[in-house]
Design a protein around this ligand. Structure first.
Ligand SMILES: [Zn+2]
Length: 176
């Protein structure tokens, strides 16, 4: 074998090793991605079988998950209020935006809200009073208390929320 040939052969070998490593890395990445997907799927299906965070006493899959999947299926202002609380718990920012009236929707603070809700520990929701907001109503009011812990300090949001309908479904208008 000539000197030239040896060098060439060496180069080929290096190329081959590089390609092999790239292939190995790709397989490793694909495996990790699959694992992650599976984990998310399991977490989701577990979540469906857990008590809903809104405190209705129903499983998440039979409660706020329905609203989170199709907001059009929410029939009362109370349901919307509860599903929004659960969306805060789950960090479902898209739902929080979708369930907000377009005139008052804090789109600009979207990232900030997401960051905040993920940083606090949601404890429970108490629905205190409901005015209208029924199946055949066009507006309604729900008074609630949402308990959470922020930086280790117990906090509570006590609010009278106003709701009406937009795009054929209930939306949150704002505080009374
Ligand atoms: Zn619920």
């Amino acid at each position: 074998m000539s000197k030239q040939g040896k060098i060439k052969n060496g180069n080929n070998k290096a190329k081959h090793t590089k390609l092999l490593n790239q292939k190995k890395n790709k397989i490793r990445e694909a495996k990790a991605l699959n694992k992650q997907r599976l984990k998310t799927l399991i977490t989701k299906s577990n979540l469906y079988k857990q008590d809903c965070s809104c405190g209705s006493g129903n499983l998440y899959g039979d409660c706020c998950a329905i609203a989170h999947k199709s907001i059009e299926l929410v029939t009362t202002a109370e349901q919307l209020m509860r599903s929004r609380y659960t969306a805060y718990v789950l960090g479902d920012i898209e739902y929080l935006m979708k369930s907000h009236h377009s005139a008052t929707c804090p789109l600009k603070e979207k990232e900030e809200i997401l960051k905040w809700t993920k940083s606090v520990k949601w404890l429970r929701l108490e629905v205190l009073n409901i005015v209208k907001g029924g199946v055949s109503d066009t507006e309604g009011m729900v008074e609630f208390k949402a308990y959470f812990e922020e930086n280790g300090v117990a906090e509570v949001i006590h609010e009278n929320s106003r709701f009406n309908r937009e795009n054929k479904h209930w939306v949150y208008l704002g505080e009374l």
